[in-house]
Design a protein around this ligand. Structure first.
Ligand code: SF4
Ligand code: SF4
Length: 401
């Protein structure tokens, strides 16, 4: 398809979705962007749609206000609450699809993304990761762990099929604050005695590129990853990040057909329920669970993580926050926002920590590296370190083995 045709089709799609919005504003009640900002109309789903539609109709894509438009479109966390709400209460228009198409359009028109995200796109293009890190350092998280323990981990491909391919993802590979999630999963796989491995040359799954609107880069990364992954012929793929999970199951069409793809919470539920892992039922205190948007609202994975936590803490040891399941509240890190900090009146991650405290929780359990980073930061900025802790589910389990 020519570039001109692609741009015209993208504009048509946005205009069509925006024209079907009835402006009932039901979606504002569930939009974390609206709830965390000053409450202007453009800081919510319908307002973003209308802003894009007017920019297209009135040819504002090259005018003085293009930076304002860019900031409006990129503040969305891509949590998907609006799409679900619109489907449940009104016309059922694909709000988030249109917002993501808006980002792709802004990239084509050289307006998007925000400067902090441009650096991310460059890093993805040049280094295959979103953190501007050398590719040869991707496996550093494993080095000393491997020296300390006698691990059976395989570095793939090695010429033979593998039962479990652990897809680590960029954040748990490079960010030292959350690398313990990757090591915890390795410890769990060792304890389970499974045949498993990781890729020697893993790159980003492409999710940040697509969320930011850089479709060409997404295609390039996804082609690379599909080829690498399918070469090792895994029976199943287990991802650490809900964002990688979403990419594998929804955005690599047909490429991973016949391979079971699981987020690690689903995998852990299976291991504990089959009795392969014994995680015990004591010593975790009162715990609550922060649903990551890309597991819950994007892919309806609600119960497996809760079953694992209730197995650990008992029914009485687990409490829900005010917002949970499909009504959960975003931590503020999705949609490329982990790479920049738009102005918020009420920080989403702080709201979430307060909700956990109101529910009486001593530990907030996370299942996404970005959620954990956001929530740990909020615990510090609220200065409640002695009152509530943030823990990743895999790390909690690995500590109990
Ligand atoms: S719920 Fe749907 S129709 Fe109503 S304002 Fe939101 S996007 Fe528009
Ligand atoms: S995807 Fe989430 S943050 Fe973005 S407009 Fe919809 S409800 Fe708001």
């Amino acid at each position: 398809m020519s570039e001109d045709l692609y741009i015209e089709q993208t504009k048509d799609l946005i205009l069509s979705v925006a024209s079907r919005c009835r402006k009932c504003n039901y979606c504002y009640a569930v939009c974390p962007l609206y709830q965390s900002t000053r409450g202007f109309q453009v800081q919510g789903p319908s307002g973003i749609l209308q802003a894009m539609a007017y920019a297209i109709k009135w040819e504002l894509l090259t005018g003085d206000e293009k930076d304002d438009l860019r900031n409006i479109v990129y503040t969305c966390t891509t949590c998907n609450s609006c799409t679900l709400k619109c489907k449940a209460s009104c016309t059922g228009i694909p709000v988030l699809d249109a917002i993501e198409k808006g980002r792709a359009l802004l990239i084509e028109e050289m307006i998007g993304p925000v400067p902090e995200q441009k650096v991310v796109l460059e890093s993805l293009f040049l280094k295959g990761n979103s953190y501007d890190m050398p590719p040869q350092k991707r496996l550093d998280w494993l080095k000393s762990f491997r020296e300390e323990r006698d691990l059976s981990i395989r570095l793939l491909p090695d010429g033979k099929p593998v039962d479990v391919l652990l897809f680590v993802g960029c954040t748990a590979s490079y960010n030292s604050d959350v690398q313990d999630i990757a090591r915890a999963m390795v410890a769990i796989l060792e304890a389970a005695g499974l045949d498993y491995g990781i890729l020697r040359e893993e790159k980003c799954c492409g999710s940040p590129a697509r969320r930011i609107g850089e479709e060409g880069l997404f295609e390039e990364l996804s082609d690379y990853m599909v080829e690498k992954v399918m070469k090792v012929r895994p029976k199943r793929i287990v991802t650490l990040s809900p964002h990688c999970y979403n990419t594998f199951i929804n955005e690599y069409p047909d490429a991973v057909k016949g391979v079971l793809v699981q987020h690690y919470t689903q995998f852990l539920a299976e291991l504990t329920e089959k009795g392969i892992l014994n995680i015990g039922t004591n010593g975790v205190g009162k715990i609550t669970y922060h649903d990551p948007c890309y597991l819950s609202k994007q892919n309806q994975v609600f119960e497996e993580p809760r079953r694992v936590m209730k197995a650990m803490a008992g029914e009485d040891g687990f409490v829900e926050m005010a917002h949970h399941h499909a009504d959960s509240l975003c931590c503020g890190g999705g949609g490329g926002r982990i790479f920049w900090d738009p102005e918020e009146v009420n920080r989403l991650s702080e709201t979430r920590v307060r909700e956990a405290q109101d529910a009486g929780a001593e530990v907030i359990v996370t299942a996404c590296p970005w959620c954990r980073i956001e929530m740990e930061d909020a615990v510090k900025t609220l200065d409640v370190q002695g009152e509530v802790a943030v823990k990743d589910m895999a790390v909690m389990i690995a500590e109990r083995l």
